[in-house]
Write a protein that binds this ligand. Structure first.
Ligand SMILES: COC(=O)COc1cccc(COC(=O)c2cn[nH]c2)c1
Length: 234
């Protein structure tokens, strides 16, 4: 199956990068189809206005609902379709996790709505929820200037899980946060040269003793997880 990805943004150029690297390869071999759209194409005034002051006062500007509604009509359609997944990256979203990426990797159509300014008029989300499957997703507890960078991160996390995308799927199975992997952080990795600037690869890794190597790696993962992410050990 081919996944279709649409991006709605006032800076569609952010998504030119999807034509290169691994994602570009996925486009070439027909795994994904990418369409970036300029929200201003659905404005009608001379200044192509997409924002206005917040009702009720407050700092900053809010994105007007009209352009979003017309863009939805043009890009997705006017009939409800729960098989379309519409994603709003937002600091107030639910945390985006590997399991969410896993679920989204099986979806046929995803539309990213990239907010700017202080945010998008809430009626846009309410409308979208009557039509499609909506996800308000947060990448973390920090604020970006807009949803574009978050949309790229979510895209990469999702597309790399599409069957046939990654060269060797085994590497996916072993990653942290993959299904079945306890939520442990990755152990330290080494490759040749064995000695580099006075630092040697841990001997156990050169022993060829797979049982001891697995034990060393597990112990390192447990120590690292306990130290950096005690929240994962609950
Ligand atoms: C309903 O959606 C909206 O209104 C979105 O509005 C905005 C406004 C400002 C910035 C962003 C981008 O998302 C983040 O900053 C973000 C996501 N994860 N962590 C930080 C989105």
């Amino acid at each position: 199956m081919t996944m279709r990805l649409d991006y709605l943004s006032i800076f569609p150029g952010y998504f030119d990068v999807l034509d290169i690297s691994l994602l570009g390869k996925a486009v070439d071999n027909g795994l994904v189809e990418v369409h970036a759209h300029d929200l201003r194409d659905w404005t009608h005034d001379r200044h192509r206005t997409v924002d206005d002051t917040p009702c009720g006062g407050g700092a900053g500007m809010v994105m007007k609902p009209d352009p979003w509604g017309e863009a939805f009509d043009g890009i997705i359609g006017i009939e409800p379709d729960p098989s379309v997944h519409v994603i709003f990256p937002t600091p107030s979203g639910i945390p985006f996790t590997q399991s969410a990426a896993q679920e989204l990797s099986t979806v046929e159509r995803v539309v990213f709505c990239c907010g700017r300014y202080e945010g998008i008029d809430h009626r846009v989300i309410d409308y979208a929820r009557t039509m499609w499957t909506v996800h308000e997703l947060s990448l973390g507890d920090y604020v970006l200037n807009g949803g574009e960078v978050a949309a790229l991160a979510i895209t990469e996390a999702v597309v790399r899980l599409i069957p046939g995308f990654m060269g060797n799927p085994e590497s996916l199975a072993e990653e942290s946060f993959s299904p079945g992997q306890e939520r442990l952080l990755e152990y330290p990795l080494f490759t040749r040269p064995v000695s580099w600037r006075g630092m040697d690869v841990p001997e156990v890794l050169m022993s060829g003793h797979h049982g001891r190597i697995a034990e060393w790696r597990r112990e390192e993962s447990l120590l690292l997880t306990r130290d950096r992410r005690p929240d994962l050990t609950d």
